[in-house]
Design a protein around this ligand. Structure first.
Ligand code: GRG
Length: 322
């Protein structure tokens, strides 16, 4: 299967799970609407796809970890909503649509982000979801309302233990919070207008972007209980593609098409952001992204052909236009 078809199939699987999960409206409906607005605005779903693909490379069946993988998209979406706020990047457009605060106002946008972050951990830990009670009907995951009104998935299929779930929760919390993405964002904001610095830039990229991407890849390995050597290989791969993902993002902000990207371009230069191209120039940045992707692919040797789709995703990250 070519990589575009593979990504489309996996995206549909995740969308189908998320749609079912958020079918039952919660009160107040404005919060529910704001959550759905951003969650279904057309994201690439690259983080959950990485978790599914890495689980598959470890011999698992991707459908068995849909709640865990989808929780990553909730965290990612929260980070985008908050990143767009007037107090952060002050963006009006995201994925080709007005940003959350433009539609719902700043307070509801902040709360939608807060709710998504919290719901991600509920999704990871919820006993019903966590015991993976799937009912596969025409490849769609049907969910029912349970007594305490939390959505859950019916029909049991998984052997993932609570210990493993706890490990995954720990991993995701490390990557998303003060030791990961939030620290990266704080460093990014506090270094606006400062002289470009290699170490600070590396800190920003590793924390803001690569941490959650690495955790997504590791999630597949942890849920499969793979041996340490393989988990180390997945970690190397995750870090390298995570860094490359951000470099490509920085390049797209200069060279990409605003129409295709669905957001304004040129904002990094305008806001005097510390980026790879600002420090090294476009050509060197492109070369660095190429080198990182080829290192990422090399780090997967221990998996032989089982990791072919992880390799193809790495190449897709390099070539992406959106
Ligand atoms: C507000 C805590 C907090 C963190 C924000 C993720 C982030 C940190 C900011 C978003 C801005 C940005 C350029 C972040 C770097 C990560 C990145 C490239 C995000 C865009 O991810 P994609 O391309 O987005 O996966 P889609 O729209 O496909 O989901």
């Amino acid at each position: 299967m070519d990589i575009e078809t593979y990504l489309k199939e996996k995206r549909e699987l995740i969308d189908s799970f998320l749609k079912s999960y958020f079918t039952i409206p919660t009160e107040p409906t404005i919060l529910h609407e704001a959550i759905k607005y951003s969650l279904f605005a057309g994201g690439k779903r690259i983080r959950p796809i990485l978790a599914l693909t890495s689980y598959e490379a470890c011999g698992g069946e991707p459908k068995d970890i849909l709640p865990h993988a989808s929780a990553l998209e909730l965290i990612h979406t929260y980070s985008l909503i908050h990143d767009d706020l007037p107090s952060m990047d002050n963006d009006d457009l995201r994925r080709g649509k007005p940003t959350s605060h433009k539609i719902f106002g700043e307070a509801i946008a902040i709360l939608a982000g807060d709710a998504l972050l919290t719901e991600a951990f509920l999704m990871l830990s919820n006993m019903e979801v966590q015991s993976l009670k799937f009912k596969v009907q025409n490849e769609k995951f049907k969910m029912q309302k349970c007594e305490n009104s939390f959505p859950y998935i019916s029909h049991h299929v998984s052997r993932i233990t609570y210990d493993t779930i706890l490990r995954v929760i720990h991993e995701v919390a490390l990557a998303a919070g003060v030791h990961g993405m939030v620290a990266g964002q704080a460093m990014d904001i506090s270094s606006d207008n400062s002289k470009p610095d290699k170490d600070i830039l590396n800190f920003i990229h590793l924390h803001k972007t690569a941490a959650l991407i690495t955790a997504s890849v590791r999630m597949g390995g942890i849920l499969s209980n793979i041996e340490e050597k393989k988990l180390k290989a997945l970690t190397e791969y995750g870090k390298k593609i995570g860094l490359a993902f951000q470099i490509v993002d920085d390049i797209l902000d200069i060279e990409g098409s605003a129409e295709v990207l669905g957001k304004k371009t040129g904002s990094d230069i305008k806001m005097n952001k510390m980026t790879y191209p600002a420090l090294y120039g476009i050509e060197e940045s492109r070369q660095e992204a190429n080198d990182l992707i080829s290192d990422a692919i090399d780090s997967l040797q221990i998996f032989y052909s089982d990791a072919d789709y992880l390799r193809k995703i790495a190449l897709y990250i390099l070539k992406r236009r959106v």
